[in-house]
Design a protein around this ligand. Structure first.
Ligand code: NAP
Ligand code: 8YV
Length: 329
């Protein structure tokens, strides 16, 4: 069966408007305020064959939709979707890899430079008239010169960050669960081992139980007093209390953060830290890149309901095939 208005896609909560438009072109769309099945009458739940979302999709929500075939996540990080549960039930989950990697890597490098060279504070100095009233902005203690970089999560985005920082002349190490194929960067089997051997740690690891608060006091102490920590991955990977303390007491020098554990709530200790550059999760947030992500969300749906294959299935649902008969090729 091809993509058609006979297929109902549920959009719970807010979704980027270009994705809504692309999905609405191809399918019947049902919207609901949030991913809470009690907001939908039973007949409507039964209509739903696909979900497109950038919000939490838990096991209870999946279970409440008896004819659900696919969850298309708007974002490459899909820690908000219970993909293991979906996979066990034969439900496909897709994400949006690759189309955002270069944009997010650009943002990570910007955040690193902001943190090290204090660019947001220097700009504030100018805007507040202090250049005129007080003179030049003070020289920054930090510099990228002479730094060594560690990447926590050397995957698609991590590699794009590494390529950029290599061009800046900086040596690169990384920590993943497994050594990456085809790269010459130095591998560290533990995160604390990586932190001990670099002074600049960039985290782009996925969220979830395996990485929960992995960047903790011990890792920050290992990074040391010249240490700079950048997080462009997920806020859940950091012990934010330990990070705020480390910024306040000089355990590390500075931080650049795009992601937080409980967005949009940012802990007071981080808001107060003048040696932290903070961004409201804008890693992929350009019109160009969000359009690419939106197209991939819609194309996954169209492909699934057309050919029965997904373009970018997540590993937990690689094995999932449609339960319905597929058109002959
Ligand atoms: P990816 O290609 O899957 O890379 C993730 C890397 O992390 C892999 O190399 C993986 O290697 C490593 N990893 C996974 N679990 C680990 C663990 N428990 N311990 C150590 N290493 C681990 O994903 P990506 O496309 O680069 O995206 C990475 C993450 O960036 C996403 O999941 C998302 O959370 C975040 N992100 C943020 C923004 C933003 O706007 N700030 C935008 C896009 C993505 P191994 O499997 O060998 O461990
Ligand atoms: C998006 C992201 O901002 O892709 C991801 O994992 O974190 C970002 O690109 C997010 O998914 C949209 O809410």
């Amino acid at each position: 069966m091809a993509a058609s208005k006979d297929v109902t896609i549920l959009i719970p909560g807010r979704l980027y408007e270009h994705a809504v438009a692309r999905i609405s072109d191809a399918f019947d769309v049902l919207s609901v305020e949030r991913a809470d099945a009690s907001l939908l009458p039973e007949a409507e739940r039964a209509r739903v064959r696909g979900v497109a979302a950038m919000t939490r999709i838990d096991a209870a929500f999946i279970d409440a939709l008896p004819n659900l075939e696919i969850v298309a996540n708007f974002g490459v990080g899909y820690d908000a979707v219970d993909a293991a549960h979906a996979g066990a039930k034969g439900i496909m989950v897709t994400n949006t890899p690759d189309v955002l990697s270069e944009e997010v890597a650009d943002t990570a490098v910007g955040l690193l430079i902001n943190a090290v060279r204090e660019l947001p504070r220097a700009e504030a100095w100018l805007r507040e008239g202090r250049w005129k009233s007080a003179g030049d902005y003070p020289l920054t203690r930090g510099s990228l010169r002479g730094r060594s970089v560690g990447i926590f999560g050397l995957g698609r985005i991590g590699l794009a960050i590494a390529r950029r920082l290599e061009a800046f002349g900086l040596p690169i190490g990384y920590h993943n669960r497994r050594k990456a194929d085809g790269v010459d960067y130095t591998y560290y089997p533990t995160l604390v081992g990586l932190a001990r051997n670099v002074d600049t740690l960039v985290s782009v690891a996925p969220g979830g139980a395996a990485t929960e608060k992995a960047v903790n006091r011990e890792v920050l102490e290992a990074l040391g007093p010249e240490g700079v920590f950048v997080n462009i991955g997920r806020g859940s990977t950091v012990d934010e209390e330990a990070l705020a303390a480390a910024l306040a007491d000089g355990t590390i020098m500075a931080a650049g953060l795009d992601v937080f554990a409980d967005e949009p709530n940012v802990p007071e200790g981080l808001l107060k830290a003048e040696n932290a550059s903070l961004l409201p999760h804008v890693g992929s947030a350009s019109v160009h890149t969000r359009r690419g992500m939106a197209a991939l969300v819609a194309d996954n749906m169209v492909e699934w309901f057309g050919s029965g294959r997904a373009l970018t299935p997540v590993p937990e649902t690689q094995h999932v095939a449609p339960k319905r008969a597929l058109p002959s090729r």
